[in-house]
Design a protein around this ligand. Structure first.
Ligand SMILES: Cc1cc2nc3c(=O)[nH]c(=O)nc-3n(C[C@H](O)[C@H](O)[C@H](O)COP(=O)(O)O)c2cc1C
Length: 326
């Protein structure tokens, strides 16, 4: 174990950076790319515990990780302790390293069912959920929370309950549910949680680059940094953060050619895992991110966002690449 590794329960995390769960984004192909580019672990898109407990094929499709992604964390959302425990049992059959509980999703459809960030408002129930899941499976159970519902005043209480209930780590996104994604992430609350518990704390929110990762770790004392939006179109970020945290060396940003080559590589992986239709469809947001700021790419954007034929997409990416500097 090098000194950059962290233990979550019995699981060795080989570095300090994690890919955050992002619904619609952190599917198998993107998680794999980020792991290959240095992320120490990745989290799946959130999966419905109820869906898994009821045997829904759609929910099961999110559990598409393989051993080459380990360590991997699978995230569940839900609100009923028994259903969450049953969902955890179903997930555990797929052998992930960690199961994470979503306590941060701000979306109405989720919080009106008392799940996601609404769990911050029912800490006793959350405690029961954690206890039930920890009993149901023999892998670490973790949480990902926001700082609070309306004010940043719930994270510390929730973190203490989580630790007492057997959670193995806690990720803190420094925004309230009401803030959704507005304003700047509040890193002070991450420091407060770190001071309140002895399980590993994972800091999250607005880590856009290697310097920010270091700054967050220094300011909050968090054990790991978790990055979501800033990794989209930018999986290299993980290696750049790991190297900077480890050695202080700032690796160069990827070139425009690197971006276009990664876009093609990612598109191929997406199709290989999801088939032509969904493999292409679900790449659109990634493609937009890969070409953002690439000189000469703007006229191609609309076609890239609507084209269904992967060969044509690859041709277009090749044409953009031909126009950028080597
Ligand atoms: C499109 C999108 C989907 C997300 N899906 C999830 C999710 O499924 N589970 C979760 O815990 N957080 C989810 N989040 C929140 C992120 O994991 C993360 O906490 C947030 O984006 C802040 O980190 P960042 O500044 O690094 O992006 C999502 C965020 C976005 C933008």
């Amino acid at each position: 174990m090098n000194d950059m590794s962290v233990k979550i329960g019995g699981v060795n995390i080989p570095g300090r950076t994690a890919l955050a769960p992002l619904a619609g984004i952190t599917d198998r192909s993107f998680r794999m790319l980020c792991r290959q580019q240095g992320a120490s672990f990745a989290v799946t898109e959130m999966v419905s515990a109820k869906g898994l407990a009821e045997g829904s094929e759609r929910s099961n499709q999110y559990l598409d990780f393989e051993a080459d992604e380990f360590p991997i964390s699978a995230q569940l959302f839900g609100s009923e302790p028994e259903v969450m425990a049953e969902g955890a049992r179903v997930v555990a059959e797929r052998n992930p390293d960690i199961i994470d509980i979503n306590c941060g999703c701000p979306v109405k459809k989720i919080v009106t069912k008392n799940a996601g960030a609404a769990l911050l408002n029912t800490p006793d129930r959350l405690g029961q959920i954690i206890v039930g899941m920890v009993r149901a499976v023999d892998i670490p159970v973790t949480l990902k929370i926001r700082s609070g519902w309306a004010q940043a005043d719930q994270a510390v209480t929730v973190a203490r309950i989580a630790e007492d209930s057997g959670a193995a780590a806690i990720a803190v996104h420094g925004r309230t549910r009401e803030a959704k994604f507005a304003g700047r992430a509040d890193w002070d609350i991450i420091a407060e949680v770190k001071n309140a518990v002895s399980i590993p704390v994972i800091g999250n929110g607005d880590v856009r680059g290697p310097e920010a990762a270091k700054e967050m770790m220094q300011k909050t004392g968090c054990d790991l940094v978790m990055v979501g939006r800033w990794a989209i179109g930018n999986p290299w970020l993980f290696k750049r953060m790991e190297v900077f945290l480890n050695t202080g060396e700032l690796l160069p940003e990827p070139t425009d050619r690197d971006r276009l080559e990664m876009a093609v590589h990612h598109l191929k992986a997406s199709i290989a895992f999801k088939g032509l239709r969904y493999g292409v469809l679900e790449m659109r947001r990634h493609l937009a991110a890969y070409i953002k700021g690439v000189p000469g790419a703007t006229p191609y954007r609309r076609t890239l966002m609507t084209e269904d034929d992967p060969n044509h997409l690859m041709d277009l990416l090749g044409q953009i690449k031909a126009g950028v500097a080597a």
